[in-house]
Design a protein around this ligand. Structure first.
Ligand code: DGY
Length: 322
């Protein structure tokens, strides 16, 4: 009998087609979210799950599991929606999709760096709203932003995505400094300057971009105690997870012009983000689209499917989390 696989959300067509060949699969063709309470009941009829970051696979999910489910292959590099410790206890493998999204997340990070420094949100709104013709032409004030070239980009978390961002930012003429749990080898550092102390790095950067996973250690890594260390022209960029930022601290800094701007692709409690962000001209927001290109979503979907293949063919998993 073919192993039974449940795919919680719509994934790329060719990944679904590949899966169909060797597995007994249930697809979510209309892409309606499956309520969390239903997911664990469904799991008891399947040998494997292909999940996404939209699914809540927390402790409750595992408490009702009957032992049939053996693997959860997540389409996504982040897996903060899955209770990893519990999966481990239940001997359920979890895989993710690292590397294949590095470039697309780096692209969105660069977009946010440029959008915030050059005030693209405000500029776009002025044209779209028809207000441009009423603006006083003003050489020194109208939509004047900050240059990026020559500026220091401070990266928190110099993993695969952080390093890709560094590479792209260098191409824009930025200087890279970083804070990480450990100093990288010279080769991986590639000219970036290491700060073992985050506070010291924050005082020295023009842009701060966060690229850490969402863990207890990184929760509110940017907070009311350290945000004041950024210079007044400082810009905060976040394409990792909302939980790394204490919203009250960032909103206060933006509202009171303690920093220049923020560019955010991810939020606490998304999509129900703190609405105060939307009232701010100096905050450029996106709806969590870091990995959202056809190419990357296909590669992510394929990688999850390949992990399923490896598991049921007794081969080493490509990207095992536990
Ligand atoms: C990930 O892979 O975790 C991304 O945030 C999803 O877009």
């Amino acid at each position: 009998m073919k192993p039974k696989i449940f795919v919680t959300r719509k994934i790329s067509d060719s990944a679904e087609d590949k899966l169909k060949k060797d597995f007994d699969i249930t697809l979510n063709l209309n892409d309606e979210p499956v309520p969390s309470s239903e997911l664990s009941k469904i799991a008891n009829d399947y040998d494997g799950f292909i999940s996404t970051g939209f699914d809540n696979i927390g402790e409750d999910f595992f408490s009702n599991i009957n032992g049939r489910l053996k693997i959860i292959a997540q389409v996504g590099v982040g897996y903060d929606n899955i209770s990893i410790d519990t999966a481990k206890k239940k001997k359920i493998k979890v895989t993710n999709t690292p590397d294949v999204l590095n470039e697309s997340v780096a692209e969105i990070t660069i977009l946010l760096i440029l959008a915030t420094s050059r005030r693209i949100g405000e500029a776009f709104s002025i044209v779209k709203s028809g207000k441009w013709k009423y603006q006083k032409p003003d050489l020194t004030k109208f939509m004047v932003g900050n240059a990026v070239i020559g500026k220091k980009l401070g990266i928190i978390g110099m993993g695969r995505i952080g390093r890709e961002v560094a590479k792209c930012a260098k191409a824009l003429g930025m200087q890279i400094i970083y804070h990480n749990r450990k100093k990288l080898s010279n080769e991986l550092e590639n000219g970036a300057k290491y700060y073992s102390n985050l506070d010291t790095m924050m005082q020295n950067c023009d842009f701060l971009s966060i690229h850490t996973p969402a863990t207890n250690e990184t929760k509110n890594i940017l907070n009311k105690l350290n945000i004041g260390l950024l210079p007044k022209h400082g810009v905060v960029i976040n394409t990792s997870r909302g939980s790394v930022i204490e919203d009250d601290a960032l909103i206060d800094a933006l509202e009171n012009k303690k920093i220049f701007a923020a560019g955010l692709d991810v939020f606490n409690n998304e999509p129900d983000l703190d609405m105060r962000y939307l009232a701010l001209d100096n905050c450029f927001v996106l709806p969590h689209i870091g990995s959202s290109t056809h190419e990357t979503r296909l590669a992510m979907s394929m990688m999850a499917v390949d992990n399923i293949y490896c598991f049921f063919n007794g081969k080493p998993l490509i990207s095992e989390v536990v």
